[in-house]
Every structure is written in C-alpha cells, then in structure tokens.
Design a protein around this ligand. Sequence first.
Ligand code: XMP
Length: 514
Amino acid sequence: MYSGETIVILDYGSQYTQLIARRIRELNVYTEIFPWDVSPERLEALEISGFILSGGPNSVYDVQAPKLPEFVLTSDAPVLGICYGMHLLAHFLGGEVSLGTTHEYGSAELDVLATDEGGLFAGLSSPLAVWMSHGDFVKTLPGGFIALAQSHNGILAAMGDPGRKIYGLQFHPEVAHTLQGQEILHHFLFDICNCQGNWRPAIFIDQAVAQIRSQVGAQGVVCGLSGGVDSAVTAALVHRAIGDQLTCIFVDTGLLRQDEGAQVEATFHQALGVRLISVDASEQFMSALAGVTDPEAKRRIIGEQFIRVFEEQAAALSGINFLAQGTIYPDVIESAGSSTSHRIKSHHNVGGLPEQMSLDLVEPLRDLFKDEVRAVGEALGLPSELVWRHPFPGPGLAVRILGDITPERVATLQAADVIFLDELRQAGLYNQVAQAFAVLLPVRTVGVMGDARTYAEVIVLRAVTTDDFMTADWAHLPYAVLARASNRIVNTVPGVNRVAYDISSKPPATIEWE
Ligand code: XMP
C-alpha cells in the first residue's frame, strides 16, 4: 500500500469508476478504489486528501440504496460526488432529489455559474461540453450549497459548499466527452484538496522495494515469467529488492511467439543477472492439448499443465515460501467485479497457482495501471522493446490457433505472426496499435500458386487500438502495410495461401479469437 497523499474513491457501481482512478493518477496523485461500504478501519492507515463518490445505477430512494458512510462527512477531507454521489450528498445533507424517468447518458452543454478562483470551475467559460447523466437530479440544494452550473434545460449540473469543501457534479468529468473534465479534476485535487502531485514511479519503486524486503525477509521467492510486461516488471522489481533470493521460472509451453525463450533468457539471465530456470515443457503441453478444440477446454488444460510444471520445479527448490505474480490493478478490480457480470473468457495467468503450492503471494504491482507498470519497468532499466511489447495472453498461441493445435500449425502461426509484427515495426506502427497478431483459422481454402491448385490454411491479421483492453477498435492500418504483410506471408510461410484482416471492434467481438 502506498503511503502518501491519497484520494479515496468510493465505488457505487459506476461503469466509469476505474476511469476516475486513471484520470487522477494521470495528474500524479495516488488514488485507490474502495467499495462504498468499506470499513473505516481499512482506511485508517491512509493519508486521505479527499474523497470521490462515484456514480452508480441506483436511486437514493431505492430500498436497498447504497448509503453515504458517516466517516466521509466527519473527516475534514474535501468530497466530490459524481452523479449518484452528488444525489447522495444532497439527500443526506437536507436537499431534495427528483426521480428521473430514464438512466441515460448524453452530451450536453452547461452554463457555468461560478468561476471563482480556487473553485471547481475556475477559469472555465460557458458553455461547457459535458457527458451528462439524464437520470435522477438534485431539485433543491442542501443548506450551505450554491449552484455552480446548470444545463440548458434548467437541470442543476453542479453544486458546492466551498466552506465545507463539498461538491457535487451531475455529469462525468472523467470521460473524454467532458472536454474540460481533467481541468475540473485538477481544480478539485490541487486547489480544493491541496494535493502536491508527488505520485511518480521512482517513489513507488523505493516503497515497493522496502515492502517486499519486509514481507519476504530472508526467504525464497519464485516468479513465473511469461515474456509479458507485467511478469517482467514484477521480476525486475523483486530482484531489485532481494537479489538472489528470487528464482524465476520460464516455461516454454511450445505456444510462445517466435524466439520468445531466447529473449527472456537474454534479458533476465544475461543482462539483469536474475537466477532463471527455463523449462522446455512443449511436448507435455502439446500432448495434453492434442485433439482439443474447445476454447475453454484449452484454457483449462493449459492452466493445469502450468501447475504441474511449477509444482515440479518448486519441489526441486528448497526454502521457497513466496510466489511473485504480475497482478495489476485492472485484474484486481475485474476479479472483485460484479457478481452479475458474465464470464466471457476465463483469463488465465501463469501465476494462478497459490493454493496448490501453499505459497504466499508477492504482488507488488497490484495497485498500478498498465501505463504505470510500463513507467516502472523503464525506471528499473528494462529494455524498451520489452516494456512496450504488446500484451500476450497466458494461454499463448493456443487461443490463436482455432481448431487442432499441432507443432506444425504452431510453426505456421509463429512464422506469419513475426512477419506481420515486422511490417508494423518497419512502418513505425507497432507502438501506435495496442496489440497486433496473427490467427490461424480451422478451415482451408482453394488457391492457385504457379499453375497449381492449392488447398491450404488461412491466416487472419488482427490489430486493435484501445486504452484499456475492455473495448477496442480495429486499427485502420494503411493498405500498403497490409499488402506487404500479406505478400510476404503467402510467399514465405509454407501451407498458407490466403490472408484476411479482421475489421471487428470489441464489443461485439473480443480482441483474441478464442
Ligand atoms: P479479449 O480477447 O478478452 O482480451 O478481448 C483482452 C486482453 O486480454 C488478453 N487475454 C488474456 N490474457 N490470459 C491472459 O493473461 C488469458 O487467458 C487471456 N485472454 C485474453 C488479450 O490478449 C487482450 O490483451
């Protein structure tokens, strides 16, 4: 846990809660999300500079409506209620909330009524373009509050009690459609909460190193490396803290990108001097997956095989009591997610093994977002090719080979994938897309090569842009780049006679094909 100025976000179920946290961290202020009914004891160790109450789907009049905890008002820290958060403040402080007929969002324009120095809207001029919630709204202000902004159809859009430093917004400052939302949050953090904005990777690293040392003492830690950013940064951080007490295990599943094993070896063992065990388990994985085509069955089998390999390796090492995992904040938030949300895919992490191995977890990145993890990786001196690599799923190429997985089909996909990524790099586009890869389909199609008929495999290229991987758009890559990749793949990868480009966004598709 970070010790330093912290904004506490109380989550009332808004789809944007995580976005509020991101926006605040972007302003170099540390923040954490807690459920609205968190016990005050859990917050005791924090240096709280302010509270933000998120929006949420409820109405304050619902029988089971989530409440405003007493500690929010008895603490001296400033409070910003967003949407439902604003309604709660009004309701509990003696104002009146009117029931809306819908619960929708939409763009709206506001008239700003108060632009005083030191206030939320200081220096902003009307009209203000915002992402407005058209649900319940505050009809009567609570005592001590003034109206700060009003929508063109007369709805109260913002209220504040500058004396008590309590504010409410009917709209969402955290979403991009609220054009000056970041300025409003900036005013709240720096002018109202008096934050200093000291949250930086270097500070994080010092604190994390101290925490890892005190957690682990003189005992041993294992860490699974997957070739991805999160496990790499975890390993580098734990290594900085405890040196040779860390042993990394890299499992070659036979389902990795081309040359992945050599790269992990070169970075961790040769460059950073990390103690590394590389296990070639490709035959074991291949034979367990033989004939399996169902996506969820593939994931389950891969998870089990990882456990086997880890168990064997851990049994051979002595004095190991901890497992370091690259869990990051979105993983924590998503796994704590709503009980009503559907399981789309069982995401499998290399490290999902603690119960079977009875090891305690070391998860130094669990409070960080991906971009912060990358900043920490760079500050730790990891090579930028590694830090800026696209994410790669735990089950590896297994979820990109539709149908049967065989060593031959893995080789086909690896060869096509490497060509696509090479073309993106040459065009300077690799870092402009969030993730790009090739997929091998379970069908064959007819083609002609030279004068001969072919009946061969199809490769699909997929490239997406996204900030958070929860939603994504297909990347509008230049035709010339797609044309070069397609030519090279068809001409040099044996057994492939056709290449297609995936133009689906998420939703309704997902990023991976399985
Ligand atoms: P989807 O396909 O769900 O993917 O849109 C979102 C992001 O998650 C990655 N992904 C996984 N990562 N284990 C992982 O560690 C998995 O089982 C898994 N499945 C998908 C995917 O590559 C994308 O970045």
